[in-house]
Design a protein around this ligand. Structure first.
Ligand code: SF4
Length: 215
């Protein structure tokens, strides 16, 4: 029998939180299509953890030593569980621990009746890493295969709002030919965000364990 998916796990000096396996994208490069692990940890969940279960998992990971930041990431899109992200961010803020959201930027699309970025800012979210992945909507559709129309514009708007709310914001793009990383970098600069290129991990590399953040 395979191991149950980890809720909190360590990598690169951080504690990562795996709070859902659902996603509103179907990225061509998604790690979930060829591995069940990141940093050697199993991430396929049998159910979605509550805020309290996530907080207990963070406490257990902290027994091994402090972390630079606590990152909502894992094998799915965290903003599909916005209530949990805000509750745990608030819990982290009260303990003086920096939090970061790794997201596909669909937060407002999947939570249409909530002002998502203001809610994240109020909860004390410190930073956001937003996957842009393409400089134009056509390439975005090809690379990320989102379930929503006009998702590319929504991703940029999400990042713009994060910048406006003083959440330290980084746009990223996976290094695939359609991405046009130079244009993505220019777009990030336009909205006042940082930019980072993420390496494409090919399926054969799964033998070495996946070694980068998802989303
Ligand atoms: S947004 Fe992340 S989790 Fe969702 S399909 Fe893309 S890479 Fe996978």
């Amino acid at each position: 029998m395979s191991q149950p998916g980890k809720i909190a796990y360590r990598g690169k000096g951080n504690i990562y939180l795996n709070i859902t396996n659902r996603c509103s994208s179907d990225c061509r490069f998604c790690l979930r299509t060829f591995t069940e692990e990141v940093y050697g940890e199993p991430l396929v969940l049998t159910g979605e953890p509550t805020s309290e279960e996530i907080e207990r998992s963070i406490e257990v990971e902290y027994l091994a030593g402090p972390a630079d930041e606590v990152v909502f990431c894992g094998f799915g899109e965290p903003t599909l569980r916005l209530d949990v992200v805000t509750a745990v961010s608030e819990w982290l803020r009260l303990r003086g621990l920096p939090s970061r959201l790794v997201t596909n930027g669909h937060g407002q699309l999947v939570n249409p009746y909530v002002e998502v970025v203001p809610a994240l800012a109020r909860a004390g979210l410190t930073a956001a890493t937003v996957s842009l992945n393409a400089a134009d909507p056509e390439a975005y559709e090809l690379v990320c295969r989102p379930m929503f129309s006009k998702a590319h514009r929504a991703v940029i708007r999400f990042a713009e709002e994060c910048v406006l709310h003083d959440i330290a914001t980084t746009l990223t793009a996976v290094d695939v030919p359609e991405a046009d990383v130079e244009a993505c970098a220019a777009l990030a600069a336009d909205i006042g965000a940082d930019f980072r290129v993420r390496s494409l991990i090919h399926p054969p590399e799964r033998r070495d364990k996946a070694g980068r953040e998802g989303a």
